[in-house]
Design a protein around this ligand. Structure first.
Ligand SMILES: *Cc1c(COP(=O)(O)O)cnc(C)c1O
Length: 457
């Protein structure tokens, strides 16, 4: 198709007529028209009107390596010419799937040595549920089937993912949720911490897990799942006391600990996995997004030795999988992505250099009249827009405030996402210091415009 002679209006019209967008109010979008993104390079996007946009979200938390990496394209092309597809069901495998499995075992924390492939984060999370329940059946404890998650967690949008996540608006629209799922409080100190210190509050939030385990009955609880840092919930960074206490409680009651690394994985927090950043020792890890830097869809569950050995030795056939599990082209791209991140020291640079710089520059915003707290690790950060900085009082209409800010960003060449009243950033990991400065300048400018709208400047 020749895009050259076609206009923004042309695509907007097709979109309006036929395309239903995810997580979108279609009516209001259709009224204003979609932005058509036509190309990208490095950390920038271009739209069909020729505007350049700084992508502060790395797509949707996924283009960790940045746009325009020809090596990834070549890897896909080579593989597609050689073997574009074959399944992994029929006692068969393919070279990229085997090599990626080995590579993932190498870069993930100790004890995670086996991989189950899928295509999206949601499918990986579904796979976690299937694996956890199958594990306890195989161990002779089939009543252990309750999975405990948290309010305001995001674990995907399939029925199982939406059920496991703690997003009230999603629950309300989904009808009956999956049974066997419990939600506890999230470790969001700024909002819920009251007079407690962050560490006191972190312990309290973690102990909510123990309370729920005792309510449900320890013999019925299969697993706890959490994102090391809640992403879509607004980049909620738990107090330091939180994860060690969660770990302790899971061990005490012999409950599987699952880290949903879909956002935190692949360098986002300055280590290969968020579990390393927080000292978590997970039994299972779901991952997607940065795994292929979004160039092709692929996801996986890392399965720890305890679960894997049981599954292999005691479980017989595991009736689960996807047509595209271990897709050769997607695996080839993921391999190349990981190889480049390693060879170019991208994760190390985020840990030692650009991540700390990004976080330090962002903390300057804590002086802004609109900003309560700024939190984050590596190249992911969240800040909350507040009504009163002294009392930590939030806006009643938080989402509206978020949308005002998001729209200013949109109109000023910056992608920064609003999660309610929290503005979040998750830029490509390859960002250089000068680009971070440019990002900060834009963020400040858009926050100022928002503050003016709210009569705070
Ligand atoms: C994005 C996300 C998912 C879902 O991934 P999809 O590829 O959109 O299905 C699951 N868990 C977390 C933590 C995520 O951020």
């Amino acid at each position: 198709m020749n895009h050259i002679n076609k206009s923004t209006e042309y695509w907007q019209e097709l979109d309006r007529a036929h395309h239903l967008h995810p997580f979108t109010d279609t009516k209001s979008l259709n009224e204003k028209g979609t932005r058509v993104i036509t190309k990208a390079d490095g950390i920038y996007l271009w739209d069909s009107d020729g505007n350049r946009v700084l992508d502060g979200m790395a797509g949707l938390w996924c283009v960790n390596i940045g746009y325009g990496r020809k090596e990834l394209v070549d890897a896909a092309q080579r593989q597609m010419l050689e073997l574009p597809y074959y399944n992994t069901f029929f006692q068969t495998t393919n070279a990229p799937a085997t090599e990626l499995s080995q590579l993932l075992a190498e870069i993930t924390p100790e004890g995670l040595n086996r991989v189950f492939f899928a295509n999206s984060g949601s499918e990986a999370v579904d796979t976690v549920i299937r694996l956890v329940r199958r594990y306890w059946q195989a161990e002779g404890q089939p009543d252990r089937n309750v999975i405990i998650s948290r309010n305001n967690a995001y674990h995907g949008s399939t029925v199982a993912g939406a059920s496991l996540g703690g997003m009230d608006p999603m629950h309300e629209q989904s009808g009956l949720m999956m049974p066997g799922i419990e939600h506890i409080m999230q470790p969001y100190w700024y909002k819920d911490g009251g007079d407690l210190s962050p560490d006191e509050f972190g312990l309290k939030a973690a102990r909510a897990l123990e309370e729920r385990i005792l309510e449900v009955g320890p013999e019925k609880v299969a697993a706890f799942i959490g994102e090391p840092i809640q992403g879509a919930g607004g980049v909620i960074v738990p107090p330091e006391s939180y994860w060690p206490e969660i770990q302790r409680i899971c061990e005490k009651y012999d409950i599987l600990l699952v880290a949903d690394e879909v956002i935190c994985g692949f360098g986002r927090t300055g280590n290969w996995f968020g579990s390393e950043t927080f000292g978590i020792k997970p039994d299972l890890m779901s991952m997607a997004k940065g795994m292929s830097s979004g160039y092709l869809p692929i996801s996986a569950v890392m399965v720890g030795d305890r679960v894997a050995e049981s599954l292999i030795e005691k479980s017989g056939e595991f009736y689960h999988g996807f047509t595209y599990s271990g897709h050769p082209a997607a695996c080839a791209v993921a391999i190349e992505n990981i190889r480049l991140m390693r060879d170019e020291g991208i994760v190390d640079r985020v840990r030692d250099e650009t991540g700390p710089y990004f976080q330090k520059r962002l903390r300057e915003l804590e002086d802004h009249p609109l900003i309560g707290e700024v939190v984050g690790y590596g190249m992911v950060a969240g800040m909350v827009m507040v009504k009163d900085k002294k009392t930590r009082e939030l806006f009643e209409n938080g989402s509206e405030v978020g949308n005002i800010c998001r729209d200013h960003c949109f109109n000023n060449g910056l992608i920064m996402r609003a999660c309610g009243d929290r503005m979040v950033l998750s830029p490509p990991l390859v960002m250089k210091k000068a680009e971070i400065d440019e990002l900060l300048e834009k963020v400040k400018y858009c926050l100022d415009l928002t503050a003016k709208d709210l009569g705070k400047l």
